[in-house]
Structure formats: structure tokens, C-alpha cells
Write a protein that binds this ligand. Structure first.
Ligand SMILES: [Zn+2]
Length: 77
């Protein structure tokens, strides 16, 4: 076993979507060792692609629905 797994740390408000800068709710760990962060919006948008390249997807978008009801106001910024 040469793979080193970093403990999954919760995403914070300081973690920002790589695409739009909104708060990130998905952390995508790539096979290359890189990491991508996405907001819920872009996480859903790129999910089919991400699943092809990711070794792990940490999805915390569930916090959105438990904390507040996000509707169409959660638009791309
Ligand atoms: Zn985004």
C-alpha cells in the first residue's frame, strides 16, 4: 500500500468552487493526486465527467438542503 489517504476534512466557507468562486460543497480527488472543488451547482453539472476521473468525491451538498432550502436563487455567480 503506497497510497496515502488524507483524512477527509469538512469543506469550509474558505473552500471555493474552481469554476465560479462560490462556496464549495464537493471535493473531487483525482487519480493524479490533484484536487478540485466545486459548488453544488457545478458539482452536479460536471458529475458525469468527474466520476470518470475521480478516485473520490466528497459530497457535502447535502448540507445545503438540511441547512436552508436553496431554490432557483442559488444561481451561478
Ligand atoms: Zn461553481
Amino acid at each position: 500500500m503506497t497510497t496515502v489517504l488524507t483524512p477527509a476534512s469538512p469543506l469550509t466557507a474558505a473552500d471555493r468552487c474552481d469554476r465560479c468562486g462560490a462556496q464549495a460543497y464537493l471535493r473531487v480527488v483525482l487519480a493524479s493526486g490533484g484536487e478540485l472543488l466545486f459548488c453544488a451547482h457545478h458539482g452536479r453539472k460536471f458529475e458525469p465527467e468527474l466520476k470518470k476521473i475521480a478516485v473520490e468525491i466528497q459530497d457535502e451538498s447535502g448540507r445545503l438542503t438540511t441547512a436552508t432550502t436553496v431554490t432557483a436563487t442559488d444561481d451561478e455567480r
